[in-house]
Design a binder for this molecule. Sequence first.
Ligand code: FMN
Length: 199
Amino acid sequence: MNILQINASSRREGANSTRVANSIADRLKARHPDARITVRDLAADPHPLLDEAALGALFTPAEQRTPEQAARVALDDALIAEVQAHDVIVLGVPMYNFGNSVQLKTWIDAIARAGVTFRYTASGPEGLIKGKTVYVALARGGIYRDTPNDSQVPYLKSVLGFLGMTDVRFIYAEGLAMGPEAAAKGLAQAQADLEAALA
Ligand SMILES: Cc1cc2nc3c(=O)[nH]c(=O)nc-3n(C[C@H](O)[C@H](O)[C@H](O)COP(=O)(O)O)c2cc1C
């Protein structure tokens, strides 16, 4: 088993989403001692935004790209290859301002590539990143689980599913800014979610 852990907090140190993602990876490793774990920390190693230059590079045929454009596309290619090379993906996902971190969005923007990780067929879109199990460690100051204010879970189900990743298991660490008692309860809930996700 190859495990890819993506830390998408803005924080390199002290991130709750990373802490929960670490405990998921640790539990998987305990179950599968031969598992190899790759960690990509998007705070320590930021991926560039999908800006005008990046779009220009992506839409330029490979043989016509400038060296700068080729280098920019290669950065995304590396993240795609990394996902393809792993069986299990662990995402550490903070909630910032009711949404995902910009770090997570840059990773999604990098791995969503028409013709490579998804394609359109006569019967609709087809995700091409198949056969993965994805664990998502959600860290939140408040509590949003199963409420209309949880925009992250529906979005992640949609976009990961669109890319072919349909086995997505959510682990919720919530209430982390609501005082020490609520935070402890939130982290305990995450452990319970993890056990259920592994069952
Ligand atoms: C800029 C910022 C925005 C935040 N926005 C929200 C929010 O909208 N809802 C919420 O429940 N918590 C919010 N929080 C609290 C975070 O979800 C919480 O600190 C969580 O631990 C962040 O994950 P991290 O520790 O992995 O970075 C916010 C925190 C920061 C720093």
